[in-house]
Design a protein around this ligand. Structure first.
Ligand SMILES: Cc1cc2nc3c(=O)[nH]c(=O)nc-3n(C[C@H](O)[C@H](O)[C@H](O)COP(=O)(O)OP(=O)(O)OC[C@H]3O[C@@H](n4cnc5c(N)ncnc54)[C@H](O)[C@@H]3O)c2cc1C
Length: 411
């Protein structure tokens, strides 16, 4: 397929970091044609991680979330069309069709449609005081309910639930976290690390219930309590659900693109239509590091895959490679994670999560370091990232010794 010409138009669907990075990288690579971002959100592409951290806490302004300020968009001639939902793709006519019927023709199309927060599948979930957290607008609605002494029930003990709990507790709210599984962060980390975060939250004053099956939201027109399957009722002034993401793949599927837990792309981020690429949370891509396909929900993936899309549109054949990493801020703690720990055979701890507030957990499989979590140990994390990327075989005794530097092990 020929690369982009100056007369060409690239249309990008989505207003997240994948969209923003794709557009900005196209300009960095010297593309001179039209770049049009179509997003159903009104704000220009922005960073979501602060939504459950500094932005919810009121510590940063909305404009600080933007990937590019409006003046930069203008300077780089990146056309932003906000509040516009793409309803369908006409692949034959090479056009996207908006919900209001407008058509935009493209020479290349990039799908950066991300995902939407999963709603609670129980009665009462559509009440006005039940919130999801995916967008700036969600935070605005949540903030309007926050006041000292209010009782918030957070459903979901994953990253978003725990981050929100930490922020709202600091603002003087009474915070309860309900987790359906037997421990928080169960899908992403070891029981020892989960136990650490439960301890930290409880010590700070958060009420954490694990194994808590939410059955019903009680009260009308607004919810006044969350009812559990065992009959217990937890009083709530409002509820926030952080129970995962649904990838926005319907647009691609209805256009006949291959979709399977995400929009299926090859190593060049190209979909089953050579004129259409995809990046970010919405993609299912081959990972050389994992030796299988994966759909990731992380900013670093959205940014790097977006940039790779732009370079490939410009004629490169750059296989997108990525070692997944992630972070979470809770209270004064910074958790950093690299690799995927699922299926690990041995866990090695550096420091004691039962008594300390800073430690690292290393996950070994077949002697190789496949993943690591570091809590407020940035140096260890920096070296662990290299070791995990290299699939290094490391001596567990060195990993376990807080005094031993990982630097010498890192290649
Ligand atoms: C509260 C919160 C905290 C997070 N914290 C972290 C963190 O600490 N670290 C980390 O790595 N990641 C974090 N994440 C995840 C990270 O934000 C996502 O991985 C990232 O935003 C994905 O970017 P994206 O561009 O692929 O998709 P998204 O950000 O989901 O953007 C997709 C965009 O497409 C739009 N769209 C979808 N369909 C259409 C359509 N048909 N027409 C027009 N527009 C459409 C959507 O409205 C949206 O604007 C967090 C996410 C949230 C919500």
């Amino acid at each position: 397929m020929s690369s982009l010409q100056p007369s060409h138009t690239v249309v990008i669907v989505g207003g997240g970091q994948a969209a923003g990075e794709t557009a900005s990288e196209l300009r960095k690579q010297g593309f001179e044609g039209r770049v049009v971002i179509v997003s159903d959100e009104s704000q220009p592409p922005y960073k979501r991680p602060p939504l459950s951290k500094a932005y919810l806490a009121g510590a940063v302004e909305q404009a600080q979330l933007f990937v590019m300020q409006p003046s930069i968009l203008e300077k780089h001639r990146i056309e932003f069309m906000g509040g516009a939902r793409v309803a369908s793709i006409d692949r034959v006519g090479q056009a996207v069709v908006l919900a209001d019927g407008q058509r935009f023709t493209y020479d290349r199309l990039v799908l950066a449609t991300g995902g939407r927060a999963r709603p609670l599948p129980i009665p009462g979930a559509d009440a006005a005081n039940v919130f999801l957290l995916r967008s700036i607008d969600d935070v605005t609605r949540i903030r309007a309910r926050c006041a000292e002494g209010k009782r918030v029930v957070i459903v979901g003990g994953g990253f978003i639930g725990l981050e929100v709990a930490a922020v709202l507790l600091k603002q003087g709210l009474h915070v309860t976290v309900l987790e359906g599984l037997d421990r928080v962060l169960a899908r992403v980390t070891a029981p020892e690390v989960s136990a650490f975060f439960e301890r930290v939250h409880r010590e700070a004053g958060v009420t954490v219930h694990t194994g808590a099956q939410v059955a019903e939201l009680v009260g009308a027109p607004e919810v006044t309590a969350v009812k559990l399957a065992d009959g217990r009722e937890i009083v709530a002034d409002f509820v926030i659900a952080g129970i995962g993401l649904i990838a926005n793949t319907e647009l691609a599927a209805e256009a006949g693109l291959v979709v399977d837990n995400g929009i299926v792309v090859d190593e060049f981020a190209q979909t089953s239509d050579p004129l259409i690429y995809a990046a970010g949370d919405c993609t299912n891509h081959p990972s050389a590091f994992l030796g299988r396909r994966v759909r990731l929900e992380s900013v670093q993936n959205a940014m790097e895959q977006g940039r790779a899309v732009a370079r490939n549109l410009m004629g490169n054949t750059e296989a997108y490679q990525n070692v997944p990493w992630f972070w979470s801020d809770q209270f004064d703690l910074k958790l950093q994670m690299v690799g995927i720990s699922t299926g690990y055979e041995q866990l090695v701890l550096r420091g004691d999560p039962q008594t300390e507030r800073s430690f690292a957990a290393f996950y070994l499989k077949g002697g190789k370091l496949v993943a690591a979590d570091a809590v407020s140990r940035p140096k260890d994390f920096m070296f662990a990232k290299k070791l995990v990327a290299a699939g290094a075989v490391v001596d567990p005794a060195v990993l376990a010794d807080p005094e031993a530097s990982l630097k010498d092990l890192a290649v």
